[in-house]
Design a protein around this ligand. Structure first.
Ligand SMILES: Cc1cc2nc3c(=O)[nH]c(=O)nc-3n(C[C@H](O)[C@H](O)[C@H](O)COP(=O)(O)OP(=O)(O)OC[C@H]3O[C@@H](n4cnc5c(N)ncnc54)[C@H](O)[C@@H]3O)c2cc1C
Length: 385
């Protein structure tokens, strides 16, 4: 079956693809000429409605999602972020009051965000096409050919948002992330914790759905992650308390545990002819500091902004608009990917002088608000040009 031509086809209906569709629908003369292609997930663990990830969203992402009426009903505020390293001196606390903002960020469940975005897309007028994974078959000067199983369609611009990453820059961190939920005997509302251990970073985020519980993201070598995932609840709770320390009293975990492999997979360029790439399709990052989706949403917002004028005259070439998008995203992508690439490695060298230097750096950050400001500003909004 061949479908009629669309102005824009978005391949991948994760949060980044959906946000792009919503933003384009607001400026497109006819939103039905934007197609959002929802591919069946390859693995059961990747089904969005049951995805176990929780996401720390910064202030900029929240403002964007609220403007689209896509903010989920339940979220947990992050007012303070405590950064430390296990077994060494030095820690830093970033507070919302230092920057005069209501919160540094919020935590939402991937599944809840997905459900809300699904409702918004259904009401947006965008054409939603469900089927097998979609593929770009080729392009020429006038448009792009796409297939989704037996269905073929054409469009003037294709946007890949399939979360698949790219092969230009790769790093295998030798780490997997274990995700679960823990209850604390001495909970502290509004606090998030990022603790660097020799195994990898361990984050505890306020849980979006259960007060006084924490979402745990614990990065370690793949074998260690598998071992931790297989422990009984008591042994796992003890291992978690030993790694985290006693700042929240006793940690107890009875929730399921999920393991995600971690790697940096990034593309250098975001545009090839009439095909643009955004979100995790352009860069999958280490989850330290919770930057992946925040960065992907900024990709989507900038692409929608660049294509706004072109959508009024879609017969014109989009080359300039796509160049503008790619240029505008360079610095933010580079800084965010570099920071999230460096952080998990520098704290896990196993070299005492390096770890002491990291401790001193954290102490320095803690003593000097002006030093903390750039880090916090990036956490709040990311780098914008
Ligand atoms: C453990 C962990 C913790 C994280 N924590 C945070 C955090 O705190 N804050 C943060 O900002 N980010 C975080 N991230 C990163 C965040 O999850 C991703 O950046 C975000 O999900 C990317 O969204 P996306 O829409 O680009 O891709 P995805 O969420 O991967 O969605 C892509 C969609 O496209 C579909 N698809 C795939 N192939 C095709 C195809 N060929 N055709 C059509 N559809 C297709 C997939 O099934 C999927 O539904 C974390 C990641 C991990 C692994």
């Amino acid at each position: 079956m061949t479908l009629s031509a669309f102005d824009i086809a978005i391949l991948g209906a994760g949060p980044v693809g959906r946000v792009l569709a919503l933003m384009l629908a607001r400026v497109a003369p006819d939103p039905s000429r934007i197609a959002l292609l929802q591919g069946a997930a390859a693995a059961p663990a990747a089904v969005p409605a049951t995805d176990p990830r929780v996401l720390a969203m910064n202030h900029g992402s929240r403002v964007l999602l609220e403007s689209l009426h896509a903010w989920p009903a339940r979220s947990a505020d992050i007012l303070n972020i405590h950064v430390s390293q296990r077994g060494r001196l030095g820690r830093s606390v970033i507070r919302n009051t230092d920057f005069d903002v209501p919160q540094l960020g919020c935590v939402v469940a991937y599944s809840a965000l997905h459900a809300r975005l699904e409702e918004c897309v259904a009401a947006s007028g965008v054409t939603l096409l469900s089927g097998p994974p979609a593929v770009v078959d080729g392009q020429d000067a006038d448009g792009v050919r796409i297939s989704q199983g037996e269905t073929a369609l054409s469009c003037r611009i294709a946007v890949q948002s399939d979360g698949a990453g790219g092969g230009d820059v790769r790093r295998d961190y030798g780490q997997h992330a274990l995700l679960t939920t823990a209850h604390a005997s001495l909970p502290r509302r509004g606090w998030a914790w990022e603790r660097f251990t020799a195994e990898g970073p361990l984050a505890l985020l306020p849980h979006p759905q259960t007060p006084d519980a924490y979402s745990v993201v614990w990065c370690s070598a793949p074998e260690r992650a598998a071992e931790l995932a297989a422990l009984d609840n008591l042994a796992f709770s003890q291992a978690l308390s030993a790694a985290f320390g006693d700042r929240l009293g006793r940690l107890t975990c009875q929730a399921p545990r999920h393991v995600f492999p971690l790697a940096l997979n990034a593309r250098r360029g975001l545009v090839q002819g009439r095909v643009a790439v955004i979100g995790n399709a352009a860069q999958t990052l280490h989850p330290v500091a919770g930057q992946g989706l925040n960065l992907g949403l900024r990709d989507a917002a900038r692409l929608a902004q660049s294509l706004g004028g072109w959508l009024a005259q879609p017969n014109a070439t989009p080359a300039q608009a796509l160049r503008d998008f790619a240029r505008a995203r360079q610095v933010d992508r580079l800084i965010t990917a570099s920071v999230t690439d460096l952080m998990p490695r520098i704290f896990a060298t196993g070299l005492a002088p390096v770890e002491h230097a990291c401790g001193l750096a954290l102490l320095g950050l803690d003593l000097a608000t002006p030093l903390r400001a750039p880090l916090a500003r990036h956490l709040l909004q990311g780098f914008r040009v």
